[in-house]
Design a protein around this ligand. Structure first.
Ligand SMILES: [Fe+2]
Ligand SMILES: [Fe+2]
Length: 296
């Protein structure tokens, strides 16, 4: 057999088997992701695909018409949403909206030291923070950061679904103190247990699902943004800062964060002062209730 033909297929099958226990995203999401990778696809095809799914369209319109977006006029159709927000923004909202059901509360693992729902709430808080940071820092597509924030700890969610006993073993070794602060790095334990941490695993899951490559890269650098290539470092620092901002809110998830302070070098890279960060922290806390309701 020609190994050059067989190899990708074997690799694909191995990946499929490895991720077989991951929650499934809706079929329409996979088609949206497939279409967005196709250089010959058109905006009209994407509009048709999203509009064909009533539940998805309804959820997208609920998100864009929410107080969180603060648009001056209500948007009544997907077509209009694409005109106003752009196709990539609508695509990113569609992906974010489709993650609600599989990841909110339905994750297994009630026996581990945190309820899966706490991780989902942390993900929505990080998404909120990421969007607010992106707006304040005038990044072009705040929705991209929202999606990256929502996805950043997907590696932990994947471990929860595919390697629950090993994750439990990691959590037991965190040496949590009375305030729930870990004294051992989760990432170090993950590497011992799985050969990679949730940052790297998260990158792989996003790539396996055909998520936009920029999202995979942001997920893959959320704990070590200064290691990211220079052209991408500031974006990576944004997700790092959003994660820590969300983790420092009441009931924030911080099993993977022994330290929550944002390093001065990261604030410098973001070009933001401590005072500005504090103001963003307040905004996130205020917006959180609305966003949590949206993603229920
Ligand atoms: Fe993390
Ligand atoms: Fe996190």
């Amino acid at each position: 057999m020609d190994s050059t033909i067989a190899e990708p297929r074997i690799r694909e099958e191995a990946a499929r088997a490895k991720y077989a226990n991951l929650p499934t995203l809706p079929e329409v999401t996979f088609r949206i992701l497939e279409l967005s990778q196709d250089p010959d696809s058109t905006t009209a095809e994407m509009r048709k695909l999203i509009s064909s799914d009533v539940a998805m369209s309804t959820r997208i319109l609920k998100v864009v018409n929410s107080a969180f977006y603060g648009l001056s006029r209500q948007i009544g159709s997907i077509e209009r949403a694409i005109v106003i927000l752009g196709i990539n923004a609508v695509r990113n909202i569609a992906i974010a909206a489709s993650m609600v059901k599989p990841f909110n509360m339905h994750a297994r693992g009630d026996s581990i030291a945190f309820p899966p729902r706490q991780l989902w709430l942390h993900s929505t808080a990080t998404a909120t923070a990421a969007r607010i940071f992106a707006e304040q820092l005038r990044f072009a597509d705040a929705n991209e950061f929202f999606l990256a924030g929502l996805t950043h700890d997907i590696g932990i969610m994947a471990e929860m679904h595919t390697a629950h006993p090993q994750l439990l073993r990691c959590v037991q070794q965190l040496q949590l103190d009375a305030d729930g602060i870990p004294h051992v790095e989760l990432r170090k334990l993950e590497i011992e247990q799985f050969g990679k941490d949730h940052q790297e695993l998260g990158f792989e899951v996003c790539e396996f699902w055909n998520f936009p490559h920029r999202i995979s890269r942001l997920v893959g650098n959320h704990h070590a943004p200064l290691d990211a290539p220079e052209d991408f470092r500031r974006e990576a620092c944004l997700i790092y800062a959003a994660d820590r901002t969300a983790a420092s809110l009441p009931n924030g998830f911080r099993l993977d964060l022994p330290e929550m302070d944002i390093e001065p070098e990261i604030l410098d890279t973001l070009r933001i002062t401590r005072e500005q960060h504090y103001a963003i922290h307040q905004q996130v806390a205020n917006a959180l209730h609305d966003v949590t309701q949206l993603l229920e």
